[in-house]
Design a protein around this ligand. Sequence first.
Ligand SMILES: [Mg+2]
Length: 230
Amino acid sequence: MSAAGRPVRAVLFDWGGTLTPWHTVEPAEAWRACGLGDDAAARLHAAEDAIWARGRETRRSGTLEEVFATAGVPAGPAELARYHAWWEEHTYTDPDVRPLFTALRERGIRVGVLSNTLWPRAEHERVFRRDGVLDLIDAAVYTSEIAWMKPHPEAFRAALAAVGGIDPAAAVFVGDRPWDDVAGAQGVGMRAVLVPHSTIPAEQQRPVSGSPDAVVHRLADLLPIVDAWR
Ligand SMILES: [Mg+2]
């Protein structure tokens, strides 16, 4: 648990496994979908794995451009379009999100997103726009645009700054990962809510001490918790 907080002024959300329900996928298939051949796909998959592993060790973020450069595979818009098209069916926003964001905003609470991602902002905004929620997000930080990823404190501080310089004690983080999301947010003084429905691979987990300030089994259940913290 975090220290007793101040009245909530902002709620920040993780993306994958939180705003979009968790899908267990085989990322190598996304790289094969680029149409660059099996050898290139294997190198791209290895490069992506290495960048995520580095992130877990050092909290340094990465980008899709870095994946292609590390793999030594040149790619143009057509290959990137096929890569994102493969992911399309795995990115749909939870139907609870639009009513939840609307209710938070009606209360004067800022809504933010902080995602550990290699993808560019344009792709995330396309997904949110497709699902009718982009206009309800006050600010989003995608780690492809900053130096650090969760659980590095600077990632959370960047998101707090983006939603208007909100005091961490007046902010809530909602995510599906106990280490990256919950412990990370609590580490900078935010309250943290866990959505425990993702099948997170063992190699991506780290032991955590402490516990979330709350657990919700669907996003619609978050509103009464935030109301109690107002
Ligand atoms: Mg997540």
